[in-house]
Design a protein around this ligand. Structure first.
Ligand SMILES: C[S@@+](CC[C@H](N)C(=O)[O-])C[C@H]1O[C@@H](n2cnc3c(N)ncnc32)[C@H](O)[C@@H]1O
Length: 274
């Protein structure tokens, strides 16, 4: 367990994931009924971009710093929450900032220090439960929620060799327990050699109708680099396929300055089979 999100907070992949997450949370709130949010790999909740870790990589300078320097109204909802919260918000804090009275959030974090920081952040907040537990195991234990409406974000660190397989298995288990819930699963794009079998595995698991969003800074050819990131969205809320391209276009203009970068949103049935 070496991964620390503090080195990467606010980078291009975080911005893409979080801008889409904000849209998905808002979409679940169109109905006047409580929603449940599960963040299986939550991190510490907020990040100081002046910390030694953030300064070491400087990744946020090519991410959130660029979006702040030239704000696009399409990203206004996401950027507004980021500004309002001060330090760069992780997924649990973003979700919490958007929650209505009656909504609930459960977050899991396995790393002891990160979990302790997250517990401090939400101490005394009755709408948020922080668990120091395995997020994969929590998919079985915390789903389905009594609300019967909700979003599960699965955002593992991809340290383990078999993380793509674990993610596919996690999606299958979550969907079996809570068939109508929205699932959003993040994955890195280094090379197609890793993502193609992942997509095939998901298609075989019955997720052909899920949507795949991909955002690449450059063609995914160098397997040693994070060339892009993806999000699998199972049971996308109505309007997601129509709204997401505008968000992605605004992100792409500001974040993807290299030749060959692209973004795409396609059903998994059609995803990057070539
Ligand atoms: C990519 S980061 C999460 C970032 C966060 N979702 C966000 O968007 O702000 C992945 C996190 O998962 C934690 N982690 C690793 N293995 C875990 C496990 N089995 N269960 C729960 N958390 C885990 C890591 O410590 C790390 O904080």
């Amino acid at each position: 367990m070496n991964y620390r999100h503090a080195f990467h907070a606010g980078n291009f992949a975080d911005c893409v994931k979080h801008a889409l997450l904000v849209w998905l949370v808002r979409a679940l709130q169109r109905k006047d009924k409580p929603a449940f949010f599960l963040d299986t790999h939550a991190g510490r909740g907020r990040y100081d971009l002046e910390s030694a870790e953030a300064r070491r990589t400087g990744e946020w300078r090519d991410g959130i710093a660029r979006l702040r320097a030239a704000p696009d109204p399409v990203l206004g909802d996401y950027l507004g929450v980021v500004e309002q919260l001060g330090l760069y918000p992780g997924s649990p804090l973003l979700i919490r900032a958007l929650m209505r009275a009656g909504d609930r959030l459960a977050c899991c974090e396995w790393h002891a220090e990160e979990a302790a920081a997250l517990k401090r952040l939400f101490a005394g907040d009755p709408a948020v439960a922080v668990h120091r537990r395995d997020g994969w195991e929590a998919l079985g234990a915390l789903l389905p929620p009594p609300e019967r409406r909700g979003l599960t974000l699965i955002d593992p660190p991809f340290e383990a060799e078999d993380e793509f397989e674990r993610l596919a298995d996690g999606l299958r288990r979550a969907h079996r327990r809570f068939a109508t819930g929205v699932l959003a699963a993040w994955y890195p794009i280094k090379s197609r050699a890793r993502t193609r079998p992942f997509h095939a595995l998901l298609r075989e698991s019955g997720f052909a109708e899920a949507l795949v969003v991909e955002f690449c800074l450059r063609p995914p050819l160098d397997p040693a680099r994070l060339n892009g990131s993806g999000l699998i969205v199972v049971n996308p809320p109505f309007g997601f396929a129509a709204a997401a391209p505008a968000l992605l276009a605004a992100l792409h203009t500001r974040l993807a300055t290299e030749a060959g970068g692209f973004y795409a949103l396609v059903p998994l049935a059609e995803a990057f089979v070539g």
